[in-house]
Write a protein that binds this ligand. Structure first.
Ligand SMILES: [Zn+2]
Ligand SMILES: [Zn+2]
Length: 76
């Protein structure tokens, strides 16, 4: 199950579970679309993998399986 991390690892922007601009790699390193397009050249800086839009968990499922609240922040 996806953790749904609460922020962009690069700039710290909040990315709540319903954020449409959250992007993740296969390890769930999480970034905002702005960082992915302007700073990261579409690649995860941690693992080199591609980044794809994070799916949005429906509200009913989110109540049962809440998003992570653990912030991961590694500015460049
Ligand atoms: Zn960002
Ligand atoms: Zn990664």
């Amino acid at each position: 199950m996806l953790e749904l991390r609460p922020n962009c690892e690069r700039c710290g922007k909040d990315l709540p579970a319903e954020a449409a601009d959250a992007m993740i790699c296969s390890f769930e390193c999480t970034f905002c679309r702005d960082c992915v397009e302007t700073r990261l050249a579409q690649r995860c800086p941690n693992c080199g993998g591609n980044l794809v839009p994070r799916p949005i968990r429906p509200a009913a499922a989110l109540a049962k399986y809440p998003a992570s609240t653990t912030r991961v922040f590694k500015p460049a």
